[in-house]
Write a protein that binds this ligand. Structure first.
Ligand SMILES: [Zn+2]
Length: 138
């Protein structure tokens, strides 16, 4: 390798620790080492165009505290996919998580008394308890 040839190579050291092999510009560095922000900038642009356009800003996630909320979230997910706000790929992942959430509710319900009874159900249970108590007092 002639001195001329060496000089025409970038003088910077690449991230790998080896000398950069790119052709140098007038300053003795290659384009990217002379413009360190350029590479990440181009990377960002590339990343932006590669990324699915619909995964940018998502609506805040609803609280999934019961099966009804999960069902509502699924409905919202369908609507978001149709409207192009959520990519089908992301929706598939979210749907899997929602399914897991539902299974978790089932598992919790199996070991603990239901927490999300309707007013009517709570009234009925309260009435039954009251009736039982009245019978005990008799
Ligand atoms: Zn370089």
């Amino acid at each position: 390798m002639s001195a001329k040839n060496l000089e025409s190579r970038c003088k910077a050291v690449a991230k790998s620790g080896k000398p950069c092999r790119a052709a140098a510009t007038a300053g003795g560095l290659c384009f990217f080492h002379a413009n360190p922000n350029k590479a990440s900038e181009l990377g960002r642009i590339g990343g932006k165009s590669n990324r699915h356009a619909t995964t940018g800003v998502a609506d805040p996630l609803p609280k999934l505290e019961n099966a009804v909320a999960v069902s509502n979230a699924l409905g919202q997910l369908f609507a978001d996919v149709q409207a192009g706000k959520t990519s089908p790929k992301v929706a598939t992942t979210l749907a899997q998580l929602l399914s897991l959430q539902l299974r978790a509710f089932e598992a919790i319900a199996a070991v603990s008394p239901p927490q999300n009874l309707s007013l009517g159900e709570r009234m009925r249970i309260a009435m039954l308890k009251a009736e039982k108590r009245v019978e005990e007092l008799r």
